[in-house]
Design a protein around this ligand. Sequence first.
Ligand SMILES: Cc1cc2nc3c(=O)[nH]c(=O)nc-3n(C[C@H](O)[C@H](O)[C@H](O)COP(=O)(O)O)c2cc1C
Length: 339
Amino acid sequence: MSNRLYPSDSFEITQRKKDHIELTPEARTLTSTVDERFNYEPLFFTHPTPTANWPTKFLGFDLDLPLWISSMTGGVDHAKNINQNLAKLCGEFKLGMGLGSCRVLLDSRDRLADFKVRPFLGDQPLFANMGIAQVGELIIQNRSHQLRELLQELEANGLIIHLNPLQEWFQPGGDRFELSAFEILQRFLEDNDYPVIVKEVGQGLGPRSLAALLKLPIHGIEFGAYGGTNFSLLESLRNSESHLHKKPFINVGHTAAEMIDILNALPIHGKEFIISGGVKNVLDGYELKMRLKAPSLIGMASALLAPAQKGYEDLKAEFLQMREGLLVAKHILDLKDMT
Ligand SMILES: Cc1cc2nc3c(=O)[nH]c(=O)nc-3n(C[C@H](O)[C@H](O)[C@H](O)COP(=O)(O)O)c2cc1C
């Protein structure tokens, strides 16, 4: 019920009544289009206030919403602006974020300003990001202390290590792994005790990889699932070389929904999760978060890129709509098979 009352003969109410009559033929749903995932419970619902939130713990941090800004950029001209806008959003609304790959900082600090966003975030979680191939090189060359120094310089709370073997295979001149990601991680974790999250970049992770990761002394796993931005596809688009035998690999992988089914059947050893990759709207994010039995955040990358590029006010407006949608979902929808 609206708290704005109009006299019954006001122009607005008359117009609305006219619209109802005119639009009725187009406003009919088909039973086949019902969203089968949720029970809809209007009886217990109140609309969220403009400042309502969903307090969430993640790796010991307090967030006001279970939302994580997934790793994207750094090292190109407009990255600084994008990262600062994303970090400002995390600071203002108590979220967390991963930086894009910080590889460029291993050889020189010329692009440091792109990544130095701690002042915008306050105490919210900030994770640096590095590819598994670079982590492997640093270990082989006994230089893994450089990562710790980088984290200190960026005032980051930990490191996200991304696994991207197919992307590297598609990328002209991409890295070739001599040690498996698992061997590199095992060796890396022997000497480094700061928080680590391991993620994929668009194919997700299968049951053997997930089960093995869960046993390692890492803090979390970010899905980077199939169904969203996919870096094998992206690299194949960048490259005109014929990929006849590679191209089918673009479509291998695991969706977030499938990864949740796998994880729900495994012992999770205290790990926490960022559900990312193809979370296209808040209903998808809500459903996936509610379905995973372990602590989790909803991770989003590409959906926030365009507004972050436009400017902070656009990003904030997009975020506020997402927050409202997530809160409406939380208070009016139950998962069907959880009740
Ligand atoms: C422009 C862009 C750059 C990205 N760069 C990185 C990166 O440097 N490191 C990384 O781990 N993931 C990177 N990703 C992958 C995202 O973190 C995320 O896993 C993936 O985009 C799926 O999320 P989405 O479907 O919401 O876009 C990037 C994604 C985008 C869109």
